[in-house]
Design a protein around this ligand. Structure first.
Ligand SMILES: Nc1ncnc2c1ncn2[C@@H]1O[C@H](COP(=O)(O)OP(=O)(O)OP(=O)(O)O)[C@@H](O)[C@H]1O
Ligand SMILES: CC(C)(CO)[C@@H](O)C(=O)NCCC(=O)O
Ligand SMILES: [K+]
Length: 243
């Protein structure tokens, strides 16, 4: 199988064998040109001759149509994930026509009907979603730390910071530290607030910035970077067109 995750910043793929083991995977910046990037990867994909391609995309209809065109040339059946608010593994109170399928798949990949879970996605956007015994209650969306820094940079005259590290939430005494620490606190503070409001929900984090954020959270956090892939596998296990 070939699994594709078309995100806002990066394209990720996983090639798996018959027993679901990952034989190849990568993540590449697509610079808003995912079809060109895909085109460059088709040789690699063809070499593995997957029998199906399952796709998570948050790129919207226009880019998805281009992706479909590109993949059609491979002569391998493929399908995009459609969010299903009444999926047998998890129901959702969220407007299914709007819910990003990456968010939904991360939840589907984690959901456990015996638990209360809080899924925190740390990608281009930071998302926090609450699941109570396999019912998605809803959630929150934040710009990630880099988007926040860009918006401060572009919306102010005296803040000219465009680099530096996010490593502390202690108050800063210069602009560089105040910006980085303030931004990190906005995310960590939100996670801690959710954690306080929902003490019985297990905190699960995924995505590139998960470790950086988790370090400052005042309760144990489980880091799981397999959630989206696991969600894709669970989804297509239920709904894969019979071929
Ligand atoms: N090699 C890398 N390239 C880009 N970002 C990375 C890399 N390693 C870690 N990161 C961190 O991962 C974060 C992005 O997380 P993630 O990979 O989950 O999302 P993304 O793929 O960039 O976003 P999206 O899924 O929306 O395309 C970045 O903010 C960055 O700090
Ligand atoms: C929130 C992001 C950007 C996270 O990648 C994505 O899931 C998305 O574009 N979602 C659409 C909006 C929503 O989920 O309500
Ligand atoms: K947008």
């Amino acid at each position: 199988m070939l699994w594709l995750d078309l995100g806002n910043t990066r394209l990720k793929y996983w090639l798996t064998d018959d027993i679901g083991q990952i034989v190849s995977h990568d993540a590449k910046q697509h610079l808003q040109a995912p079809t060109e990037l895909l085109m460059g990867l088709t040789d690699r994909f063809e070499r593995y001759a997957p029998d199906f391609i399952g796709i998570s995309s948050v790129l919207g209809d226009k880019l998805n149509a281009q992706v479909s065109d590109t993949l059609s040339r491979l002569n391998i059946p493929f399908a995009f994930v459609d969010v299903d608010a009444a999926h047998p593994l998890m129901s959702s109170a969220y407007d299914a026509t709007q819910l990003g399928c990456d968010r939904w798949l991360q939840m589907l990949g984690a959901v456990d009907k015996k638990k209360r879970q809080c899924i925190i996605g740390c990608g281009t956007a930071v998302t926090i979603d609450l699941i109570d015994h396999a019912t998605h209650l809803g959630g929150y969306i934040f710009p990630n730390i880099y988007l926040q820094r860009e918006s401060l940079f572009s919306g102010t005259k005296q803040i000219t910071i465009s680099n530096g590290t996010f490593d502390s939430i202690t108050q800063g005494v210069n602009t560089q530290d105040a910006v980085h620490r303030g931004i990190l606190l906005s995310i960590v503070g939100a996670v801690n607030e959710i954690s306080n409001r929902h003490p019985n929900f297990e905190l699960i984090m995924t995505g590139g910035d998960a470790n950086m954020i988790a370090q400052h959270v005042n309760r144990p956090v489980r880091i799981r970077n397999d959630l989206l892939l696991n969600g894709l596998a669970r989804y297509f296990d239920e709904s894969k067109p019979k071929i």
